[in-house]
Design a protein around this ligand. Structure first.
Ligand SMILES: Nc1ncnc2c1ncn2[C@@H]1O[C@H](C[S@+](CC[C@H]([NH3+])C(=O)[O-])CC(=O)[O-])[C@@H](O)[C@H]1O
Ligand SMILES: O=C(O)C(=O)Cc1ccccc1
Length: 247
């Protein structure tokens, strides 16, 4: 299980392909996400802490768009609730394969971890079991905008009383000046983490058709429309935020 530094966009590409969660990305993903998403390690660890407050006995905890299972690992470090199990779902074959290897490594290092099932599949086609915790950690922004409300509605319907959805996303800002300021500050964050102007520009174009961030107001309205009763931001660093939505 080797992880490499992210140099995917370091050389000039004459024709940039749309960003995809393929084997090349899997190889560099832990480095890429840490250097690209301000607050990522804090968010992941604290999803475990929050989850321990919402987990109900004998229920499922979902990690949707699990990538390499960072959130699943945090859930297994923090949740001790009787009879819980984790279902991690991702539609990238390369991610799922590597995620299973990481979780086997976690299994061999710790005892009494929650059981976990890593499923390769589309979260839009998921038949949800009764759940007390759903994590969408930077996944909704990659879902077709038309499908976001139907997905959140299905999640809301599967949530048990006392449970929660944790939703982390890159944000767009409705005020243009605020949007420009936080976008520029995010670019400064990437530069400070060793990315060149070329890497930043090429990744931005590769993501353009693939990742479509919403504003905080859009998230709040959509979550309420999906049947959630409360939406509480618990973390923001620059243009990246995480919300708890209660049924
Ligand atoms: N329809 C879909 N069905 C299943 N998976 C999907 C779908 N669309 C995208 N994905 C998957 O969602 C993940 C988004 S990354 C999540 C990080 C992780 N949560 C983390 O906490 O490390 C976010 C990022 O890289 O910015 C990828 O693995 C996709 O394959
Ligand atoms: O890199 C970016 O600009 C992002 O918005 C976050 C990101 C992180 C990892 C994969 C895809 C997008």
């Amino acid at each position: 299980m080797t992880t490499q530094p992210d140099r995917l966009f370091a050389q000039p590409h004459s024709e940039l392909q749309d960003f995809a969660f393929n084997e090349d990305v899997v190889r560099v993903f832990p480095d890429m996400i840490k250097r690209s998403v301000p607050g990522y390690p804090t968010i992941v660890e604290n999803i475990g802490v929050l989850a321990a407050q919402f987990a109900q006995p004998n229920s499922v905890l979902y990690d949707l768009g699990s990538s390499l299972g960072a959130v699943t690992q945090a859930l297994r470090r923090h949740v001790r609730t009787e009879g819980c199990r984790v279902i991690a779902v991702d539609n990238s074959h390369a991610m799922v394969e590597r995620c299973r290897e990481y979780l086997h490594a976690q299994d061999s290092m710790f005892q009494e971890l929650l059981p976990v099932d890593v499923q390769e599949g589309d979260i839009l086609a998921l038949d949800f079991a009764p759940t007390s915790l759903v994590a969408l950690n930077f996944t909704l922004q990659f879902i077709d905008p038309e499908q976001r409300l139907p997905l959140l509605t299905r999640i809301r319907q599967a949530l048990l009383p006392g449970g929660a959805l944790i939703l982390s996303e890159k944000l767009r800002f409705e005020d243009e000046q605020q949007h420009t300021l936080l976008t520029d500050l995010h670019i400064a964050f990437k530069r400070a983490n060793g990315y060149s102007e070329l890497e930043i520009a090429q990744k931005r174009s590769a993501l353009e058709n693939v990742m479509k961030p919403d504003s905080l107001e859009q998230h709040r309205e959509r979550l309420l429309a999906a049947g959630f009763s409360q939406v509480v931001p618990w973390f923001q660093c620059l243009n990246f935020a995480s919300l708890v939505a209660l049924p």
